[in-house]
Design a protein around this ligand. Structure first.
Ligand SMILES: NC(=O)c1ccc[n+]([C@@H]2O[C@H](COP(=O)([O-])OP(=O)(O)OC[C@H]3O[C@@H](n4cnc5c(N)ncnc54)[C@H](OP(=O)(O)O)[C@@H]3O)[C@@H](O)[C@H]2O)c1
Length: 267
C-alpha cells in the first residue's frame, strides 16, 4: 500500500521540493500552506490550509486531514521562518512570535497527530530543525533558541514514544538556497553602540545566503530517513555537518543508552 506523508510548509523551499520528490516516488503526499488557493493549481499533490501558529487552524486541519485519510505514515514538520536581529535590539514580542510558529506551532501540530500514531502503533516524525538548533550565531538568537527548543523537546519525546514504535528524527541543514532569506522577519537596530557590529553581522548573513548550498542534499537526506529501518535521530546536512555531529554526539550516545536502561517502558 502507498505510504501517506504529510509535509508542512509545502508551498516553498525544502517543503515544496520534498513534497514534489515524494510524489514523484509514488508516495501519497499531503502538503500544507497558509494560502493553499495561491499554489494548488501548480502542484501535483494536495495542499491543505494550515497556519501552525494558530490553534484553531490546527484543530480544523486535523479534522479535515483525518476526514480524508485512514492512516498517516510520516509527519514532516518543516514549516517555519527566521527572525533576525541582534538580541538586545529585538523585542520580546517578536521573539514570542518566532516561538509561536517554530516551536509551539510544531509542538501543537505534533500533538494533534500523536493520538493517531499511538493508536496505529506506528509513525515517523521528521522535524526540520537547523544547524542553529545545535550552535548559535550572532543576529539569530531567537531563531537559534526556537530550534534549540525543538531539539530538546524531540530529544525527550523520543524516549516516551519508543514504546509505540514511533520514530523521531531531526534534520539540521546549513544555509540552503530557499526562500527563507526573503521571508525573514527583521528587528530594527536602535542601539548606537551596535552600529558597526550590526553592519558586519548583516554582511556576514548576506554572504552566507549567497554562498548557501543547493537544497537537494537536505531533500535527499529526508527521503532516505523515510525508507531507513533505523534512521538516526540527528542528521546535520552541509559542509561542516560531520564535525558538528561528532562534537554533539560523542558523549551523548553513551548517556542516552544508560537512560534507556533505567527507564523501562510498557510492552
Ligand atoms: N533555508 C535554510 O537555509 C534553512 C536552514 C536550516 C533550516 N531551515 C528550516 O527549513 C524549514 C523550511 O524553510 P525554507 O528554508 O524552505 O524556507 P521557505 O522557502 O521560506 O519556506 C517556508 C515554508 O514554511 C511555511 N510557513 C511559514 N510560516 C508558517 C506558519 N505559521 N504556518 C504554516 N506554514 C508556515 C511557508 O508556507 P506558506 O507561506 O505558504 O504558509 C513555506 O512553505 C524552516 O523550518 C527553516 O527554519 C532552513
Amino acid at each position: 500500500m502507498k505510504q501517506t506523508i504529510l509535509v508542512t510548509g509545502a508551498s516553498s523551499g525544502f517543503g515544496l521540493l520534498i513534497a514534489n520528490k515524494l510524489h514523484e516516488n509514488g508516495y501519497n503526499v499531503i502538503g500544507t500552506s497558509r494560502n493553499p488557493e495561491k499554489y494548488q493549481s501548480k502542484l501535483p499533490f494536495k495542499l491543505l490550509s494550515l497556519d501552525i501558529s494558530d490553534d484553531k487552524s490546527i484543530e480544523s486541519f486535523a479534522e479535515q486531514l483525518y476526514g480524508q485519510i485512514q492512516h498517516l505514515d510520516v509527519l514532516i514538520n518543516n514549516a517555519g521562518y527566521m527572525l533576525t536581529g541582534l538580541a538586545e535590539e529585538t523585542s520580546v514580542e517578536l521573539g514570542k512570535q518566532q516561538f509561536e510558529t517554530n516551536f509551539w506551532g510544531t509542538v501543537n501540530l505534533t500533538n494533534s497527530i500523536l493520538p493517531y500514531f499511538r493508536k496505529q502503533k506506528s509513525g515517523q516524525i521528521i522535524t526540520v530543525s537547523s544547524i542553529m538548533g545545535l550552535i548559535g550565531l550572532p543576529g539569530k538568537s531567537f531563531y537559534s533558541a526556537s530550534k534549540h527548543a525543538l531539539e530538546g523537546y524531540f530529544k525527550s519525546l523520543r524516549f516516551e514514544l519508543n514504546q509505540f514504535k514511533i520514530k523521531i528524527n531531526m534534520v539540521e541543514p546549513m544555509w540552503s538556497k530557499t526562500n527563507l532569506g526573503y521571508n525573514t522577519v527583521s528587528s530594527n537596530g536602535n542601539i548606537a553602540e551596535y552600529d558597526l557590529y550590526r553592519k558586519q553581522v548583516k554582511a556576514y548573513f548576506k554572504k552566507s545566503m549567497e554562498n548557501a548550498e543547493q537544497p537537494d542534499t537536505v531533500v535527499n537526506v529526508i527521503i532516505k530517513l523515510i525508507s531507513a529501518k533505523t534512521p538516526k535521530f540527528r542528521n546535520p546536512v552541509g559542509k561542516m555537518a560531520g564535525m558538528i555531529l561528532f562534537l554533539n554526539n560523542y558523549a551523548y550516545n553513551m548517556f542516552e543508552g544508560s537512560i534507556h536502561k533505567s527507564v523501562k517502558t510498557a510492552k
